[in-house]
Design a protein around this ligand. Sequence first.
Ligand code: MOS
Length: 714
Amino acid sequence: MAGIGTAALRLDGPAKVTGGAHYGSDAPFGKPLYGVLVTSGIARGRITAIDEQDARAEPGVVDIFTYRNIGKIVPGNIMDGDGYMGTSIAPLASAAIKHDGQIVALVVADTFEAASAAAYRLKIDYAEEVPAATFDSPGTETVAGVVASKKHKDPAVGDAEGAFAGAPVKIDAHYATATQHHNPIELFTTACSWSGGKLTVWESSQNMWGAKTGLALQLGISPDDIHFVSPFVGGAFGSRGSLTQRTAIVALAAKKLARPVKLATARDQGFTIATYRAETRHHLKLGATRDGKLVSVSHEGFEVTSRPDNYMVSGTDASTRLYGCPNVASKVSIVHADRNTPGFMRSPAETPYIFALECAMDELAYALNMDPVELRKVNDTQNEPIKGLPYSSRSLVPCFDAAAKAFGWSKRSMQPGSMREGEWLVGWGTATTMYPSNISASTARVTLFPNGTAKVQTATHEIGQGIYTVCALIAAGKLGVDPANVIVELGDSNLPPAPVSGGSNSTASVSNAVSKACDEILAKRAQGANGAIEAYAENIPKGDPPDAIRKLYKGQPSFTGGTESKDSIRFAFGAQFVEVRVHRLTREIRVSRTTGAFAAGTIVNPTTARSQLMGGMIWGISAALHEATEIDPRNARYTNKDLADYLIPVNADIGDIEVIMIPEEDSIVNPLGIKGIGELGNVGMNAAVANAVFHATGVRIRQIPIRLESLLVA
Ligand code: MOS
């Protein structure tokens, strides 16, 4: 009977390709009004005047909302401080402008066209101050991470400085990664409708229970009076994990006007009203013996954040623990600039931090004249170096062995520029990926019907990862029914809560809760129950705080895993291999093929797992060669806020991709042994591409995305 490990097609696939899947702006509200946002034209200063006359004269306009008729709602409701928003700037609260593209008005009209025309005619005057755009801009403020955030730690052990001074082989280098935006294809939309004091919100979300709790705080009503609906999510990648300012404004407009209001923001507005990946800089110092054993690892990171918020990427948790080394130092600082607040974007911490470490490891391999794969093996460890805790499982070497074999790595010649094919310089590069294996408390209700069908209900989120199918497989395997006969209901805050679908925790958290509910059904049946048998289960992972379920019901999951556990350290691992071809004269860079091997415990559905890992690998290529949000240093404004100028790869940019899943058993991470793979696939890929470009050309580029002109100048 089908169950865990069955390669199953997505149960929601047909609905998605026939238009049957409904997203936020598809909310079935009769006779809605339409909202359009107006966003700030300056990055720092104040609104001095708003002239609504022309805008209100536009036929069809119903109302205009600004700070003058909204005012302070709930300031400081940010995730950092146990809140729910991605920014501490309260929606339409005051005349103050903290970043370019901040929401300054919501225009509501009978039609989208009328609202758009009126938004265009709204006149807003500003008193502008000179903004600081990014690193090195005058007026930024640098703050140590341990000062900025109570949660941040700078992992360290031994004497990294002393060991570096005495090391026979050293690397001392600086790396940088660009600002990036998620750009999910589904735009940021919100639809709100009130009925008898109860609010229904259609908004694609990664955290419905969090969104409803956070919105209730903002509106001063009970969370029980808010119903969040999000059956499908058209891309999230972290951008829908926290509330943005728009939701409360739309809710207030719908309440005042006593009509449903739908808002669909424009693509360019998505760059400033939601979160994004912070720009980062890194200073890496590696010291090693002549046979390649690391004796010192030092990682210093700098991250751009907004003026008011202390959002931190904090990737040294992983980078200081990847390899065995007795002396480790790290320090992270944040740099406040006049930007919107960054936030989670697929493998938020590991993407930039492991990039820096894995490029430095490649440089070390060349300094040692040692094969880069061999260097990773020499420094492999089953105990993390900071506290000496054992990895719950770690199959990095089997990943390197399998991927290297499939890729044909043994045919590589070490010398850069030595593998040519006609006009093309061929380069082969590699890097490690790692990602914490998280699990949170989660709940589910399962019903088994006498006719052999079953129903699974849990308020998790289908963000594209295939969780509908995962839920069906778990229940089918446990209850002995066909997965096609399992109805899965999710994406609705009236269902039992599941955690935020972030940190690659959902499959582990939700599967274990569904499995537990199925066990209770089987127990009830064994005790003689008949008819429809229903069970509600709460799965509380070992090591979770005692109030984990209470917090889950407030939309605040408590993650165990990664470096959070006292007795072990829990990560999934993988090995990335890349072939690039760089044109001898033009320096055009092409990725011709990639191989990744990953070990992440139990794989529930190999079909969707493969897609997810592949998607991650593609995003890694994109990060290395394409994606960057550019900012104008004069006015702190993003200059490529659209999908024409924000580069992403198309099919022709992506060559062959091979995904290998290495079997791995881990009974420590959770009863089902699931580690999570949503973010594992993209980590390390950026470094593997950069390392391959070095191998092709002999030019070491330490900043991504890598541009043709950097190779030409060199
Ligand atoms: Mo993901 S960036 O953990 O939502």
